[in-house]
Design a protein around this ligand. Sequence first.
Ligand SMILES: Cc1cc2nc3c(=O)[nH]c(=O)nc-3n(C[C@H](O)[C@H](O)[C@H](O)COP(=O)(O)OP(=O)(O)OC[C@H]3O[C@@H](n4cnc5c(N)ncnc54)[C@H](O)[C@@H]3O)c2cc1C
Length: 502
Amino acid sequence: MCLLPMGSARCGGLLVASNVEDPESVFWDAVIVGAGAGGAAAGYALAKRGRSVLFIEKGKDPHTDSSVVKGECLPSDSPPAHRVDYGLCPCLPEPKLLGGGRFSPFTMGCGTGGSTAVFGMVMERFRPNDFTPGLFSSGCSGSSAPGEWPVSYDEMVPYYEEAERLFRIRGTQDPLAPPNSVALLPPPLETATERNMAAVLSQAGLHPYRIHSACERVPNCTGCVRKLCHLNCRKDSGKILVRPAVEQYGANILSECSVQRLVERSRVVTHAICNWRNREVSVRGRLFVLAANAFFTPALLLKSISAHFPDGLGNSSGLVGRNLMLHLSDVFLAQSKTSPAHIEFDMSHGLAFNDLYSRNGVKLGNIHAHPDKQPVFATILEDLPYYFNKVSVDSGRVSYEYHFPRELRYRHGVFVEEFARRVSESWNLRPLRPLGLPNMTHACGTCALGRDAKSSVVHPSGRMHDLDNIYLVDSSWFPSSGGINPSLTIIANALRVCAQLV
Ligand SMILES: Cc1cc2nc3c(=O)[nH]c(=O)nc-3n(C[C@H](O)[C@H](O)[C@H](O)COP(=O)(O)OP(=O)(O)OC[C@H]3O[C@@H](n4cnc5c(N)ncnc54)[C@H](O)[C@@H]3O)c2cc1C
């Protein structure tokens, strides 16, 4: 493999990206589609190993583009085109509801760092039993969840460790999880509020720990979920992976460039046809890594039709876009039955517990509280893959269909009741929004990983079964969704795929 793209030059250790003015003139070792959680990790891992890497990213680069707005939420009356200035996706996929149910209004990141540029910074490992959905009765009927993932928890551990080190994760050991072999960094000092909340949970027989977070608290940090960080506290994939890939390892980035379709010949993708600031460019590469997220990666494949693949690139299984999963998340205010409401409330870091992760053979999920002005808990309930839940493309428009499976409603009821029952001596739980809304920001599973090319889209190595030079590293590879925040697992897997690929 060539180490530098043609026409590039080194200057004081940095790769001068003059070639990006003419991306068509270079034959890249790796073209990465999307610079979010998975794409950033893949580009970082490949550039660090000396490969010439081009990130192609639809949004702007908050680190270099002064038109990007940081520290402020998007005004509610903004036209869609302005969303990209706030690091948000200008054009969201359209929902099609089946069999009732409601969706929360949702957003996703767009720009260097992808959704991690606006995320809540919780970065936790999946639990070993997430890798064996077949152990749970809820995984058996009707869903396409495999008995076990083709990658085990133990195989992921070295890459979880690498991701935790890179993102400088702070928190304490979850007493119910396997011990971390590499210690997490200490969280900020526990406040009286956090001590009291942890005491209530412990008295209820639960096992709280301090949440695993990629936040470097600085004065005036408010967590900034859904807005770009202006205080340098959020460790997102742009800052932790793309910047070093570009500044230390010579990677290049084409911002405001959207890949429209991929051109294939004899199982090999030769070009990505892109719209780069209203100019069509055709980018060539030895290897293409797809990381546009669980909506836009399958959409790109479905749009890339060839004689070989009339139903979409890499879609001989008919499963590209199928098995869409969304966590169900509730948000509760914990109202104390004993302390006066006006008591001063101050959280420095956040806490979580996993006592209800699974119960009586049924899989539920994680419960956590972010730093907030009041005691607010969020739940994450595992969703399972079903063939009928899917992303599709009609006349170029990306849409999705989601049908709430009955077993998910049942597990949701168990989860909410059990949480309320366990803390009922001390707290009333008041829902802050309608119960049981899908967490669209955790979409995953639309190009599932598996050993069998008939029942999955991506090989355990990360390569698509049908193609020789396309790898897929965003959240679309998940065979089941786990019951915990996904970004650490997306990043760890991208590091795994690229380490083995090299
Ligand atoms: C508000 C919010 C809060 C969240 N909080 C947490 C949290 O606390 N913890 C956690 O673990 N997870 C959280 N998540 C979810 C997490 O951020 C995502 O699961 C994760 O980033 C998904 O990674 P990905 O690689 O699949 O895609 P993304 O990170 O979304 O990256 C995809 C990138 O591809 C780009 N792209 C799309 N199409 C194209 C194209 N055609 N051409 C070029 N580029 C393209 C997009 O612009 C985007 O930058 C949150 C998400 C949001 C939106």
